[in-house]
Design a protein around this ligand. Structure first.
Ligand SMILES: Cc1cc2nc3c(=O)[nH]c(=O)nc-3n(C[C@H](O)[C@H](O)[C@H](O)COP(=O)(O)OP(=O)(O)OC[C@H]3O[C@@H](n4cnc5c(N)ncnc54)[C@H](O)[C@@H]3O)c2cc1C
Length: 310
C-alpha cells in the first residue's frame, strides 16, 4: 500500500491498515476534502483510502477497528464537508471502483466509482435506452444509489435489479432491489452496508436516439443551472406538491449571500461558491434560506445535500 501525505499531519496519526502489507490501494493522510467535493470546500480527512479494487477494499475494511468512523465519498457532488474536516477514514470510490461492462443484451454492471454520466454514454453506445437522464448528474454510481438520483422523470433505482455491497467487516453480498425501501432522494438499506456495484436493466433502443436525447437533456441543464461555478446541485428536496426553487425565489432569496456563498440567480435551489466560500458560509446560508422560507410560507425545507465533518 502506498501512503501519501498531501499536507503534513497537524496531529500524530495512527494509520490503520498499515499492517496489511498486501493492500494495493493508496492511503492519503490529512487529505483536504476540498479536493474531493464539487463545492470545493471542506477541511482535511484524517485518512482517505483509494482502493485498488473491491477485493482490496474488503481487505482494507477488515484492518479497521470497529470504532473507526467510516465515510464513503464518490465525486462529492452532493456533499458539504465542514471546515475542520472529517475524523476517521474516508473511502473514495471515484477513480477506483471503475468496472463497467455488459452482463448480457440488456443488463449492465457498473461499479460504485463509475461516473453516472459514463453509464449514460456506455448504454447509448450499446444501443440501450433508459439511462439517458444520468448524463447530466455529476456523481458516481455509488452516490446515485445512495441518493436515488434522478432527473427529467427518471430515477436511478428504476434501473436497478440488484446491488453488490460491502459491510465494515469486509463481507460482500449481492442484494435484490426489492430489499431496499426507495423513495424520492431516499434509500433505506436493510443492513449497515455500502454499495460497490449496481446491476442495471435497460431496454433495447437505438444508439442515435439515445445520443440525441442525452444531447438535448444536457442543453436543457446548461440553460437552467449555474454550471460554471462550484455547487452541489439542488440543496433542498422539493416539498410534496411544490418546488424548493419556487419557494426560495418567492421569498426573495435569489442572490442572497453569506461570505463567499451565494443563492444562484439562475436556479434558486442552487448555492454557488462565488470564489472564496467556506463550508461555514454555505451552511449558514442554507439555514438562512430554510428559516426565511419557513417564516414566509410555513414550509420547512429538508436538505438534499449531506453534511459531514466538524
Ligand atoms: C451541477 C449539479 C447538478 C446535479 N443534478 C442532479 C440531478 O439532476 N439529480 C440528482 O439526483 N442529483 C443531482 N446532483 C447531486 C449529485 O450529483 C447526486 O446526488 C449524485 O448522485 C451524488 O453522487 P456522488 O458520487 O457525488 O456522491 P457524494 O456526494 O460523494 O455522496 C453523496 C452521499 O452518498 C453516499 N455515498 C457515496 N457513495 C456511496 C457508496 N458507494 N455506498 C454508499 N453510500 C455512498 C455518501 O456517503 C453521501 O452520503 C447534482 C449536483 C451538481 C453539482
Amino acid at each position: 500500500m502506498m501512503v501519501q501525505s498531501g499536507n503534513p499531519p497537524t496531529t500524530p496519526v495512527s494509520v490503520p491498515g498499515s499492517a496489511g502489507a498486501a493492500l494495493r490501494g493508496r492511503l492519503l493522510v490529512n487529505e483536504p476534502m476540498a479536493r474531493h467535493t464539487s463545492w470545493r470546500v471542506g477541511g482535511p480527512a484524517d485518512r482517505v483510502y483509494v482502493p485498488a479494487d473491491i477485493d482490496d477494499l474488503a481487505a482494507f475494511l477488515r484492518t479497521l477497528s470497529p470504532e473507526e468512523p467510516i465515510h464513503w465519498v464518490g465525486l462529492g457532488s452532493n456533499l458539504l464537508v465542514r471546515d475542520r474536516g472529517v475524523r476517521g477514514t474516508v473511502i473514495l470510490t471515484s477513480g477506483a471502483l471503475s468496472g463497467l461492462a455488459l452482463l448480457d443484451e440488456t443488463r449492465v454492471r457498473a461499479e460504485a466509482g463509475v461516473p453516472s454520466a459514463k453509464v449514460a454514454r456506455f448504454c447509448a453506445t450499446h444501443g440501450l435506452g433508459g439511462a439517458e437522464f444520468l448524463a447530466g448528474i455529476p456523481g458516481t454510481v455509488g452516490g446515485a444509489l445512495a441518493m436515488n438520483a434522478g432527473a427529467f422523470g427518471g430515477e436511478f433505482w428504476n434501473l436497478v435489479e440488484a446491488v453488490e455491497t460491502l459491510d465494515r467487516r469486509g463481507e460482500r453480498r449481492t442484494r435484490q432491489a426489492s430489499e431496499y425501501a426507495v423513495g424520492y432522494r431516499s434509500v433505506k438499506s436493510p443492513a449497515a452496508e455500502w454499495f460497490v456495484a449496481a446491476h442495471l436493466k435497460l431496454v433495447r433502443g437505438e444508439h442515435a436516439q439515445a445520443r440525441a436525447l442525452i444531447k438535448s437533456l444536457l442543453a436543457r441543464r446548461g440553460a437552467t443551472q449555474p454550471t460554471q461555478m462550484p455547487n452541489a446541485g439542488s440543496v433542498f428536496k422539493n416539498p410534496p406538491g411544490d418546488h424548493a426553487a419556487r419557494l426560495i425565489e418567492a421569498a426573495g432569496l435569489k442572490g442572497a449571500t453569506v461570505g463567499g456563498a451565494c443563492v444562484s440567480e439562475l436556479h434558486a435551489n442552487f448555492i454557488v461558491n462565488a470564489g472564496n466560500a467556506t463550508a461555514a458560509d454555505i451552511e449558514e446560508l442554507i439555514e438562512h434560506v430554510r428559516a426565511t422560507v419557513e417564516l414566509r410560507f410555513g414550509v420547512r425545507l429538508e436538505t438534499e445535500v449531506r453534511v459531514i465533518g466538524e
